[in-house]
Structures are given as C-alpha cells and as structure tokens.
Design a binder for this molecule. Structure first.
Ligand code: SF4
Length: 188
C-alpha cells in the first residue's frame, strides 16, 4: 500500500472531532498526487459531503471556470480543504476542529511538496498564511509556506454572492498563471 493510500484509509475512519457525527463522507481531496499546484478551501459543503469530493456544486463549477481561465484543470492540480468533514449548516469550521484536522492536510502537503499553494478564501488563508489575514486587502499577495509560494484569492462561494469581486480575482488568477509558468516544471 502506498503512503497516499495508507493516509487516505486512515483519514476516512477519523473521529478526531465532532464533525464526524453528521458526515456522509470524509472529503479527503482530489487531483494529481504529483501536483505542483494545490488549491485549499475551508471545508466541505452539502454537495461535497454527499459526493465525497471537494468543490462540486455551484462553487465547484465556478472554480472549474476559474481554473480554465488560466489553462488548468483538476487533473493537473490537487484540491483539498482545511477540514475534511462538513460543518453543520455550512458554518465556518471552529478553531478546535481545524486544529484536530490539520495534521491530515499537513501530511498531504508533505507528500505533495507543492511549489505553489492557493488558499481559497479567508479561513484557509488565516490558517496557512497568518492568523490576521484580511482577504479584502491581502488577496493576491505572495507569502512563503515552507518552501512553497502561497497566496489567497476569494472563495468561489464569495464570488457567487458578490460578482463585483470577480474583476479583482481575474487579476489574481493571471498573476497565479504567471507564477506557475515561472516556477513550475511540469504544470505547463
Ligand atoms: S473534520 Fe477532520 S478531524 Fe474532524 S472527524 Fe473529520 S477528518 Fe477527523
């Protein structure tokens, strides 16, 4: 059994926080296990819980459109969340839930060793970039996460609620595309 398979099997039986009680599926993550580029959201919603995949439904469709704008697709990247089970009523994951869950993502990132990480939304950026991250002011800026370059853009759900944020996100996506071209060996 590969390290990935062992990690996924272990994660799928996790009961480290109370989010396991109402979950239908653990949403482990999806994409290439050789990916140089990783997108990280906050947690599964209703459709994701039902299907066991991150970013399906309307927000997932918009994410796919955003990826295609910069010549990416799900097969060449990896997509995961800060917590792997759905918070009730789509509330933000609580700090203790994030703390209990984070080691799964940490182990995925260790296996992937990505060159570029893109946080989707505030919760992911506050966890991976800095606690006081302000998505309205700091989206599109670049930071380091270990050896990886890391940035944050608006969550697709936020773009569905407020289409006025889309032009800024288009600029951020184009900067991400350039960073991938300059940094990644296999993605382009
Ligand atoms: S959210 Fe994470 S820590 Fe909580 S039960 Fe699910 S996999 Fe385990």
């Amino acid at each position: 059994m590969s390290e990935w398979e062992a990690l996924e099997n272990e994660c799928r039986s996790c009961r480290n926080c109370s989010l396991h009680i109402e979950r239908t599926n653990v949403v482990f993550g999806i994409g290439s296990r050789e990916a140089e580029v990783v997108f990280i959201g906050e947690g599964p919603g209703r459709q994701e819980d039902l299907l066991g995949e991150p970013f399906v439904g309307r927000a997932g469709k918009l994410l796919d459109d955003m990826l295609s704008l910069i010549n990416l697709d799900r097969k060449r990247i990896y997509i995961a969340n800060i917590v792997k089970c759905r918070p009730p009523n789509n509330r933000d994951p609580l700090p203790e839930e994030q703390n209990n869950c984070f080691h799964w993502l940490d182990r995925q990132l260790t296996l992937l060793s990505p060159r570029i990480i893109i946080c989707l939304g505030r919760i992911s950026a506050m966890r991976l970039i800095k606690q006081d991250f302000r998505i309205t002011k700091e989206h599109g800026l670049w930071f380091k996460y270990g050896e990886s370059d890391i940035t944050a853009i608006y969550h697709p759900s936020a773009l569905l609620r407020d289409p006025g944020k889309r032009p800024e996100t288009f600029v951020d996506l184009k900067a991400i595309q350039k960073r991938i071209k300059d940094t990644c060996v296999r993605t382009y």
